[in-house]
Design a protein around this ligand. Structure first.
Ligand SMILES: CC(C)(COP(=O)(O)OP(=O)(O)OC[C@H]1O[C@@H](n2cnc3c(N)ncnc32)[C@H](O)[C@@H]1OP(=O)(O)O)[C@@H](O)C(=O)NCCC(=O)NCCS
Length: 187
């Protein structure tokens, strides 16, 4: 099996996570502002939770189900993990849904704006995807700005589609899409 490659941008290295990253991942994710709109994570988020998640990633890659990258700020071996970005893949449809989070200390520094194009390029040109989708809550202004900036098309609205807990109101979710041909034609 080909290992998940390393991808490089100006400031970032995107690499496979290792179980050694569990303490760092737990420290970054264990924050209500990170998990609020994410399906996969909740607080309290411990090193044990992080290890359980990290242990799913290599098998998911080997089975062609997902490609999840650690976002490291810098290019050396000591570059700290500052977030994650990945694709959940539907092979027959040549389609994937992307997801991402960045540790709060690193917000609004353009990190996800820099990582996402590298992830999309990998999806379209290495994995041979035809379409990459994203979903974000209407209240998530950061994710909405990010997806708009990167060039996703807003395709629709899932009304009252998501809630994290049963005692919360249902949230509307925006559906976004990016086609391979649009990726190839971008300026
Ligand atoms: C969404 C998230 C990944 C954005 O990451 P980031 O690295 O801070 O984003 P960037 O710095 O690249 O910013 C991208 C755009 O969003 C805007 N933006 C970022 N955070 C914002 C905020 N809190 N409010 C308004 N706009 C915001 C930026 O200004 C930028 O647009 P601009 O360059 O036109 O000004 C980050 O806020 C996060 O991890 N949130 C919690 C997890 C989450 O919600 N994940 C997405 C689920 S759909």
């Amino acid at each position: 099996m080909i290992p998940l490659p390393k991808l490089h941008t100006r400031r970032l290295c995107l690499r496979a996570f290792s179980t050694e990253d569990r303490a760092r991942v737990a420290a970054l994710v264990n924050d209500p502002d990170i998990v609020r709109d994410l399906r996969t994570f909740d607080i309290p988020y411990t090193k044990v939770d992080a290890l359980a998640w990290l242990e799913t990633l290599q098998p998911a890659w080997e089975q062609g189900l997902a490609a999840v990258f650690a976002l490291c700020l810098g290019h050396g071996s000591a570059a700290p993990v500052v977030g994650a970005a990945g694709l959940v893949i539907d092979t027959p449809s040549q389609r994937a849904e992307c997801g991402y989070w960045i540790g709060k200390d690193y917000w609004r520094k353009g990190i996800c704006s820099e990582a996402l194009p590298a992830l999309l390029d990998f999806g379209f040109n290495q994995l041979g995807l035809n379409r990459i989708t994203a979903e974000c809550l209407t209240r998530n202004v950061a994710s909405t700005a990010l997806l708009t900036k990167v060039g996703f098309t807003r395709e629709g609205l899932f009304r009252r589609h998501f809630r994290k807990r049963e005692d919360e109101p249902f949230q509307d979710v925006i559906a976004w899409g990016f086609l391979k041909e649009e990726w190839d034609q971008r300026p």
